[in-house]
Design a protein around this ligand. Structure first.
Ligand code: R5P
Length: 300
């Protein structure tokens, strides 16, 4: 087996390689003056099972990361690889998984067609926005969840008692129920969120379920941070004293890190499905690694 990394999340790829006890295989990614990229595989992969690690989002470069991934898979297939397992810890474009308004693209379906066309054989991803996404594939999908990683942090931060799990929108209900089961049926509640599809503006409105002194907001990703901001504001108005925020994917666009640091919350715990550069890290942030889980799945 060989493991290769695209340029989006090399740190995570290195950790996975370490867990698998094999070095990362070399790949040349040449950038031409006009920004186009040329990928070259620098190791023999004939009849080999190869793994490619590449997250496809997080810093406004989803398109670039996807193109790079398509080129890597193509180069590996042309070099004779027998099977390509594509690890996309964070899958960009996953939120547009169906037609919301007439005339729209289904971005995730288009991306999946391209991945399959260039030769991906197995797809591994974390906490996809909707459980319908794996159904859009024609190759095996291993849909992993980073939620179990959060359980010990909840205990460590003292949120295991007098707490309620809160989903910031109804779309997160399945996630919050899974989390509740992992925490011995911790009570849970959901916010009924409104987002204007044209402007993206979020207004948290009502909450379904009873609250407690402490709340743990669980989401799949934080992008602008507006969803979390709206949820925190509603919970505070309802008298919640302490809030812990957990989200799998730290997309952290724009000013999200500053916004989150300044919210009246204890901590923001995320995973490393997306690399958070130093300049986007903040005091309240804790990052947990999914490397072990990916290595385990590759070995299985
Ligand atoms: C929405 O359905 C997702 O689960 C997240 O709540 C959302 O994408 C977060 O985005 P933002 O941080 O921009 O509000």
């Amino acid at each position: 087996m060989r493991i290769f990394s695209g340029s989006s999340n090399k740190k995570l790829a290195e950790k996975i390689a370490q867990q698998l006890n094999i070095p990362l295989s070399p790949l040349e990614i040449h950038v031409f003056p006009d920004g186009e990229k040329r990928v070259r595989v620098l190791e023999k992969v004939v009849d080999q099972h190869v793994v490619v690690v590449q997250s496809t989002g997080g810093d406004g470069r989803s398109d670039e990361y996807y193109m790079e991934l398509f080129f890597i898979i193509d180069a590996l297939k042309r070099s004779g690889a027998s099977e390509v397992t594509v690890v996309v810890p964070y899958m960009g474009y996953q939120r547009q998984d169906h037609v919301f308004r007439e005339g729209e693209v289904v971005s995730s379906a288009a991306i999946i067609e391209m991945l399959e066309a260039v030769g991906a054989n197995v797809f591994i991803a974390f906490d996809l926005h909707s459980i319908r996404i794996p159904e859009l594939f024609h190759i095996p999908v291993k849909h992993l969840s980073a939620l179990p990683l959060f359980v010990h942090k909840i205990r460590e931060y003292g949120f295991d008692k007098e707490s309620v799990l809160v989903s910031p929108d109804m779309g997160g209900n399945r996630r919050i129920k899974q989390m509740s089961e992992m925490l011995g049926n911790m009570p849970h509640a959901s916010i009924v969120k409104d987002r204007d599809l044209a402007s993206g503006i979020v207004s948290a409105q009502t909450i379904e379920g009873a609250l407690k002194k402490k709340a743990i907001i669980v989401d799949d990703m934080i992008s602008s941070g507006k969803t979390i901001e709206a949820a925190v504001s509603l919970l505070k108005k309802q008298g919640v004293l302490q809030i812990l925020v957990l989200a799998v994917h730290p997309v952290f666009s724009d000013e999200a890190p500053i916004l989150l640091q300044n919210l009246p919350i204890e901590k923001v715990v995320v995973s490393d499905t997306i690399e958070v550069p130093k300049e986007k890290q903040f005091q309240k942030l804790t990052i947990l690694s999914v490397a072990n889980m990916i290595a385990g799945e590759i070995k299985a």
